[in-house]
Design a protein around this ligand. Structure first.
Ligand code: SAH
Ligand code: TYD
Ligand code: ZN
Length: 406
């Protein structure tokens, strides 16, 4: 196997077997067979990028009915408002600045930019969510961002001051095309800023369900720096973020345009000291993950045998990995509740657990709730205090299987 970034040799370190498309919620009775692929991860011995071994064609994942909505969490809405304000305050130049977002989804971030009257463009291939952004007053181009699109945007709109992407760059295997596109589109001092789940947090928190079809790369400072340099960029800043279970925001500038902050050297040194991208570290992570699976299956089968009622909370994309890897179906988890309209009334991919609206959670409360959206634990537990008051307990499976409440 060859590295998708540098063609170096890949070494596999974790295997989750046959998996469905993580955001393909199935209509009950739909006779069309589901698409499955082999979910396994490896690391490159040359550039140290962790990545999937099999690539799912992008049109299967990102299309008209892609269900994920950035606006589904209050914490994330606030986060993106903060991002927009900061980009507006720090990255704009000249009388008519221009902000580009890749994977703008329903416009949660760009809405603040639009409201500020600043010229902007969201590039978003998933038609349904792009329409929601447009309805919020965001200017959207329905396309997969890549070199050709970048050139067309540059020709039509001129150079961009900043290109921003959240939870999107790690979804894109063809990163050469993204970086050469960014090079074509950015003004000379412009920056590419992106934030994605951090490999360091995935390993520390054992959050193996960050691994699914859409998450192709698992970035860290070392691998991002190597990737940037291949295209004449330098990693000039890193910032750890608490959202989605631990992310890093990377800033790339053309080589020589900005002096890297001390945070870059510090994170690189930390990764080196802990051997983050070494095969032994990553194989140890995989062994711990297998132990989590065994614990979770033992807990859920025990609860079923006792006659306890268990619901899932949050029909996340990441839950596809947990549910299918652990073989959890409707016999162990009666249904999953979720606020996303496009997921309700459907079945979870592969595992076929019914998805219902959030009102079903309290009607009546279960004895246990499997927190599949554990990355939003604080927000969800704060709004579901009545569940615990009624004696309910949360089941978490990261960093290890444990109960919260009662
Ligand atoms: N930025 C949002 C959405 C993340 S979901 C947030 O953080 O909440 C990932 C998004 O990337 C999806 O909306 C998907 O349609 C989009 N995407 C996938 N490939 C892309 C590409 N090549 N260019 C731009 N967007 C892409
Ligand atoms: P998220 O963890 O953000 O991403 P992914 O799908 O990429 O793993 O998804 C959160 C899901 O949980 C989303 O479907 C919305 C749902 N959700 C609720 O149902 N209630 C809530 O209070 C929150 C915060 C999220
Ligand atoms: Zn490589």
């Amino acid at each position: 196997m060859e590295c998708r970034v540098c063609s170096g040799k890949l070494h596999g370190f974790a295997d989750f077997g046959r998996q469905p498309l993580s955001d393909h919620f199935v209509l009950p009775g739909d006779p069309a067979p589901e698409f499955f692929f082999h979910l396994a991860v490896g690391v490159c011995e040359d550039c140290s990028m962790a990545q999937l071994l099999e690539e799912v064609p992008r049109e299967r994942m990102f299309h008209e009915s892609y269900p994920y909505l950035s606006s589904g969490s209050a914490v994330m809405r606030e986060h993106f408002e903060g991002v927009a304000k900061r980009l507006l305050a720090t990255e704009l130049t000249g009388p008519d600045p221009f902000v580009v977002e890749l994977g703008c989804n329903d416009g949660t971030m760009l809405k603040t930019v639009a409201d500020a009257g600043v010229r902007h463009l969201g590039v978003e291939p998933s038609g349904g969510v792009a329409d929601l952004a447009a309805a919020r007053g965001v200017r959207v181009r329905k396309d997969f961002f890549e070199a050709g699109v970048a050139a067309a945007v540059r020709a039509a709109d001129g150079p961009a001051d900043v290109i921003y992407a959240a939870n999107t760059l790690c979804h894109i295997p063809y990163v050469d095309s993204i970086l050469s596109g960014a090079d074509a589109l950015l003004r000379p001092g412009g920056v590419l800023v992106f934030e994605d789940p951090y490999l360091g947090d995935i390993v520390t928190r054992r959050s193996f369900d960050q691994i699914y079809d859409e998450h192709f790369y698992f970035f860290c400072a070392a691998s991002v720096r190597a990737m940037a340099r291949r295209h004449g960029f330098e990693l000039v800043d890193v910032e750890r973020l608490p959202v989605h279970g631990g992310e890093v925001r990377y800033t790339l500038a053309r080589r020589g345009a900005r002096t890297p902050t001390p945070a870059v050297a510090a994170l690189l040194a930390e990764e080196e000291a802990r051997g983050l991208t070494e095969l032994a570290t990553l194989r140890d992570f995989a062994a711990r993950v297998a132990a989590n699976r065994d614990d979770l299956v033992a807990l859920l089968t025990g609860l079923r045998d006792q006659g306890a009622r268990v619901y899932g909370y949050g029909a996340t994309a990441k839950s596809a990995t947990v549910l299918n890897y652990c073989g959890i179906g409707p016999d162990l988890v009666a249904f999953v509740c979720d606020t996303t309209p496009a997921k309700q009334g459907r079945l979870t991919p592969g595992s076929h657990i019914p998805v219902r609206g959030p009102e079903a959670f309290a009607d009546p409360y279960p004895d246990y709730a499997l927190l599949l959206a554990w990355n939003h634990a604080e927000e969800i537990m704060a709004k579901e205090t009545a569940f615990r008051e009624a004696g309910g307990r949360w089941i978490l499976y990261v960093p290890e299987v444990h109960l919260v409440g009662a």
